[in-house]
Design a protein around this ligand. Structure first.
Ligand code: SF4
Length: 322
């Protein structure tokens, strides 16, 4: 459904013509992370010390496969985030059911899906968790990503009768730096894992100076820890006060949000069914002027064969966005 709403022509290629296309760097790394995490929760992996190596093997494989990131800078930032995640992986508490299939009815339609993880936590609440290697979502992207969780919740509640307490994403690229405020509340700052020390540098610096450490010593410590992106190498004055937590973003399934997701499903299916599968010209390409070409040039599985993006790139060599 998201494919249809992104680009009709991509949908046509994938689901009508059944062209397999090619993967992309984000999808490949995402799958690697998912598979590994799934195996941990299934009990197939108990020692996670090779997680980081698996990531780097995958990155090497991408280079060999010529699956490039949009730029070296973007790649370096993504790799730093994932590097930190795989070095500091924490298995969550609770009982987990993974890749759970569900079938549910929305309008006249039956939907089949697979839920990444269903967690029954220590308080006996049932939660749905989806691991994400993408950047955080805001505005319409949040709604776009949220529909998937909402549909999981509806599907599971309707078919099993289980009440889902929380639906949330585990954002692999981010981490929460936490500390207690004077009023006793906990403050959390969400930062990119790869820039953990950099983003907290001035706070940590003030804290160390306040504790009586001299400026040169503080400067040296921050330089080393920033280079290694290593929170644990900071002095006790920091590690006693601040702690790290995996980054979860909860999504609230209000009545309006549920209605919007259901309408999205029904409207998308209607749009698909209104098109003639024997007439290719009915399946329009993405609007490059409005949407840019990042998706087409980096993510779309038909980017190497699509006549529309090839033509656009040829006619607009300087507009090509990655
Ligand atoms: S490259 Fe762009 S226009 Fe072509 S199928 Fe993919 S998303 Fe659509």
């Amino acid at each position: 459904m998201n494919t249809m709403n992104t680009c009709n022509f991509e949908y046509y290629n994938t689901y009508v013509k059944k062209n397999r296309g090619i993967s992309n760097c984000y999808g490949e790394v995402g799958n690697e992370m998912h598979d590994y995490i799934e195996n941990v929760y299934r009990g197939n992996i108990t020692d996670t010390s090779d997680f980081n190596q698996k990531l780097h093997n995958k990155l090497l494989e991408l280079e060999i496969m010529d699956l490039d990131f949009p730029s070296e800078v973007i790649k370096a930032s993504f790799v730093k985030d994932m590097d930190h995640f795989t070095r500091n992986f924490n298995k969550l508490d609770g009982n987990f059911t993974l890749e759970k299939m569900f079938v549910t009815q929305i309008g006249e339609h039956y939907l089949l899906g697979y839920i990444d993880a269903i967690q029954v936590d220590e308080e006996d609440n049932t939660n749905i968790i989806d691991w994400k290697t993408s950047s955080k979502f805001t505005g319409s992207k949040l709604q776009h990503a949220g529909r998937q969780l909402v549909i999981y919740k509806l599907g599971l509640e309707k078919t099993s009768g289980i009440d889902i307490k929380v639906i949330k994403w585990c954002m692999l690229k981010y981490i929460n730096v936490c500390w207690k405020l004077k009023n006793g509340n906990t403050k959390k700052k969400m930062v990119n894992r790869g820039k953990l020390i950099k983003e907290m540098k001035s706070t940590f610096e003030k804290e160390m100076i306040k504790s009586g450490m001299n400026e040169i010593e503080v400067g040296m410590i921050l330089m080393t820890t920033e280079e290694n992106n290593s929170f644990n190498d900071l002095p006790n004055v920091i590690t006693d006060k601040y702690w790290l937590e995996d980054c979860f973003i909860e999504y609230e399934a209000t009545d309006d949000v549920i209605k919007e997701a259901e309408d999205y499903v029904v409207n998308t299916i209607q749009e698909i069914e209104s098109k003639n599968i024997h007439n290719e010209s009915e399946w329009k390409p993405l609007d490059f002027e409005k949407e840019g070409t990042f998706y087409c040039n980096t993510l779309c599985s038909h980017r190497k064969t699509c006549k529309f993006i090839a033509q656009y790139n040829k006619e607009n060599p300087f507009k090509r966005s990655f």
